[in-house]
Design a protein around this ligand. Structure first.
Ligand SMILES: [Zn+2]
Length: 295
């Protein structure tokens, strides 16, 4: 808003100085900074903020005024470009930006020497983007924010175990049909599957992301669990374990959705949640594309 002549006249008429008016207008227009947005998230998340966490600023100036928030699963180059094009300068990402869990810039040697990292950093600087990661505390919420969003996307609320949010008793189906349902609901391009397509499935463990061998096998060992659905698994750990179980004639199956499709709806849920208290700031959910394609 500009202070025009008419406003100045009105001010003199009311006996208000132009400076005072300018301050009033500025106060009204004051945009939240990235820091203030994060403080609001910390107030609303409902779990104590941990000292040790990856939920920190990764790039940009946290004191910058926020023009719009882009909530996303992974701050890929493609996501950054689309967020910047629509005028969002605060990126809230579930997964790392710089290719390792702690977003350390020295993992690729001297940062300026790696052409991919250098181009990403340059884009962030050029568009004055601020990147903040929201991983640990979104998972720590009860229910886990990622699981809540995924269950919502699958329409599986009614099948969820009362004591274990990762366990589902679905109406009996075949493994093949279950895989088809996941494919249509989660826009995964190249899921990988181990097990007999005709396997009868009633009990499913869903462990999104990359939870590792211990959590994955623990889920598969739970009584009655026929199929484990996961984001990504090591081929010489869980994949080999399930392949062996199948060879041994055990009724087990594994679906690897891809990390992004396995958690993406959880960040869509995060965008919905942010809109409930982020007044005056635009919140956009920016889809991260599944990077894989199938031959
Ligand atoms: Zn996650």
């Amino acid at each position: 808003m500009r202070v025009n002549k008419r406003m100045v006249k009105a001010c003199s008429f009311l006996g208000i100085g132009t400076l005072v008016l300018l301050r009033l207008v500025a106060a009204q227009q004051k945009q939240l900074t990235a820091h203030e947005v994060v403080a609001l998230i910390q107030q609303h998340v409902g779990v104590p903020w941990q000292a040790e966490t990856v939920d920190t600023f990764k790039a940009g100036n946290p004191d910058a005024a926020v023009t719009g928030i882009a909530v996303t699963m992974m701050a890929t180059m493609d996501v950054l470009q689309r967020a910047a094009a629509s005028g969002d300068n605060l990126i809230i990402t579930h997964e790392p930006t710089f290719y390792n869990h702690l977003d350390k810039l020295d993992q690729l040697g001297e940062k300026e020497n790696d052409p991919v990292l250098a181009a990403k950093l340059a884009f962030i600087a050029e568009h004055k983007l601020v990147v903040w990661r929201f991983h640990d505390h979104w998972h720590r919420r009860r229910p886990d924010g990622i699981i809540a969003g995924m269950v919502h996307a699958l329409g599986w609320e009614k099948y969820q175990d009362a004591k274990n949010d990762f366990l589902f008793s679905i109406p009996e189906t075949t493994f093949e049909k279950l895989a088809g349902e996941l494919k249509s609901r989660l826009s995964t391009h190249a899921m990988r599957i181990i097990g007999d397509p005709m396997l009868k499935v009633k009990r499913v463990a869903f462990v999104p992301g990359a939870s590792g061998f211990a959590a994955e096998t623990r889920a598969l060992e739970m009584p009655g669990v026929d199929v484990l659905i996961t984001g990504e698994s090591r081929e010489w750990e869980t994949v080999e374990y399930v392949a062996d179980a199948v060879t041994q004639g055990k009724s087990k199956g594994l679906i690897i959705l891809g990390h992004i499709p396995s958690e993406q709806a959880g960040m869509e849920e995060c965008a919905r949640w942010l809109k409930t208290f982020m007044n005056g700031v635009r919140v956009d959910f920016v889809v991260t594309d599944d990077p894989f394609w199938k031959n």
